[in-house]
Design a protein. Sequence first.
Length: 202
Amino acid sequence: MTAISSASPDEVLHQLFDAAKAKDEFEFCCALIRVRGMEDVGWDPTTESFQLIQQIVGLVQAPLDRQCAFRLTLFLYAHVTEMAHFYRVPANMLRIIMGERYSLEPFHGLPKPKLPQDDPLDAEVLHLIALAKQAGMPDLATLYSDFYVRQVRNAFSHSDYALGPKSFNMRRGEPLNLDGMLTSAISGLRSSRQRTITGGDI
């Protein structure tokens, strides 16, 4: 896993969006509103996800039991990391910065990357990281490589985890490679990813 960027997620994303807007405002708007043709109300998963995120963040910031708040944050993390436009919108912004046009499928046609065993990333995240580096935005690459951990998402989504006093413990499934060591107990998960998702510690 890469080192956490010194820039905040807000700063990194503002830099991305500002650069894309400055390059081509029309393509920027297409990417931002995700132009895709006609669609009836109630068929946009991203709109549904935005509403869910706002509701869960509101609950997490309420005076809840800390374990309950952390479980809600894990639920939100698992949901956000499955959102298609969590990757496609930044990918389109990077395409625009590099002089390309908005695409409904910005990763279409890219060769499938080889995933090292126990790597926490998946193909779409690796494509986004490669685009970010190509566009000269290493902080965005660092943000996504640090934020996305497939093993944590899978353990939570498959109800195959338990919260220890200081760690997130994955009972079965794929271990995580941290600094060359395979582990199923991850400490420090709360501080870094909770700040990214909810804007503060729990």
